[in-house]
Design a binder for this molecule. Structure first.
Ligand code: SF4
Length: 378
């Protein structure tokens, strides 16, 4: 398939994945919703289930306000709203990784009010990366596996799990190759297209996504650049981008995303699972070692140093922090990160908050345009 056709199909999926998800059952798949990049998707995959990412939707809230306070992020509110409205009935269930307060509350509310047949919880240690937290995490991954086996009424074989680990590791290698290609050949692919091709994998079986990325890379490596070169390079940091609007607007305004620190982007595929270690231990070790989500406590200096490396390596001239309103874990980090970026690198930054139930593309455009003009000295 031609590069532009692949990108267009991925973009369409990113704009609205739900019609496609609703058809997965007809194709013999058993989708399970996941909210978080810490989900051990390999266990679900090995069980014959298809993990699909729930990233909210631009919509008015009709049902969720009766259960979740208005100061919870719109990711949680709009996902719950869709579940309560019966719009996620194609799911067999969902997995809740206990990262922030909102996710912890959402798990219980979801369990009590939605009625899916499967409900999975994974409790992460508060502080990742500490020696004492690894044994706990390994036990938790084992407990999660037993929970999936209990739902299925059968065991998940180690062979199946090891094969799923290989499939997901291949996916991480391909995603990494795509990001490296974008960095080494400016203009080979723009940030919008690269991110769309990564994000599309959240809504398909991982083997299929591997084929897609492999085909895309083969074509890109021998084709004409499809865009991004000559634009103002920017880095985007935050949680998830429910829609491609931010990336589209940046391109329209003469800028391009050259790298990211997003949990639907670079943070998602960071670090590999050791294929030679016992599977649960290896899955836990990757979660424990990978770059942290701000919802897990670790020295903020580590996060800043990583951001510095990413800004330096990508040549980004500015950083856009794109957050869900009321997302405290991300908001707590922002003042320090912004100050350090300005003082140590003289890299300006912009903070944008998104509320999916009152999303305004026009407002987003105005803020981005002003930021780009400031950096470009227009
Ligand atoms: S980390 Fe932030 S965006 Fe993610 S679920 Fe929690 S509050 Fe929402």
């Amino acid at each position: 398939m031609e590069v532009r056709t692949i990108v267009e199909e991925c973009l369409e999926l990113w704009r609205d994945p739900y019609p496609r998800l609703a058809r997965l059952g007809e194709e013999g798949e058993r989708p399970v919703g996941v909210f978080c990049s810490y989900t051990p998707e390999e266990i679900l995959h090995a069980a014959g289930l298809t993990p699909v990412r729930l990233m909210g939707a631009v919509r008015a809230i009709t049902h969720a306000d009766a259960h979740l306070q208005a100061y919870c992020c719109s990711l949680a509110r709009t996902d719950l709203d869709m579940a309560l409205a019966g719009e996620l009935s194609f799911l067999e269930g969902a997995v809740f990784v206990q990262t922030c307060d909102t996710m912890m509350r959402l798990s219980d509310i979801w369990r009590r009010n939605t009625g899916f047949s499967y409900h999975g919880d994974l409790v992460l240690p508060i502080r990742m990366g500490e020696e004492v937290s690894l044994p706990f995490l390994i036990e938790e991954v084992k407990r999660f596996r037993r929970g999936v086996e209990g739902f299925l009424g059968r065991e998940i074989g180690d062979d199946a799990l090891e094969e799923s680990i290989r499939v997901y590791n291949r996916n991480r290698r391909l995603a990494d190759r795509l990001y490296r290609l974008r960095a080494s050949r400016p203009g080979a692919i723009d940030g919008l297209s690269a991110t769309a091709c990564l994000v599309a994998g959240f809504w398909m079986r991982r083997e299929k996504h591997n084929e897609l990325l492999h085909g895309l890379l083969e074509d890109l490596e021998g084709s004409e650049p499809i865009g991004g070169d000559g634009k103002l390079p920017l880095l985007v940091s935050g949680s998830v981008c429910t829609t491609p609007d931010l990336f589209e607007l940046l391109l329209e305004l003469g800028a391009d995303v050259v790298d990211d620190d997003l949990c639907c982007g670079h943070r998602y595929f960071d670090a590999f699972v050791d294929e030679s270690a016992p599977p649960e231990e290896a899955l836990a070790k990757r979660m424990w070692e990978r770059v942290n989500c701000p919802a897990k406590h670790q020295c903020i200096e580590d996060r800043f140093q990583r951001l510095v490396r990413q800004v330096g390596d990508s040549g980004a001239k500015g950083v856009v922090f794109y957050l869900q309103s009321f997302c405290e874990p991300h908001l707590f980090d922002i003042p320090y990160l912004r100050q350090c970026l300005q003082e140590e690198l003289e890299v300006p930054s912009l903070v944008l908050e998104s509320e999916l139930q009152s999303f305004s593309r026009g407002q987003l455009r105005t803020r981005l345009q002003a930021f780009i003009e400031t950096i470009s000295g227009v």
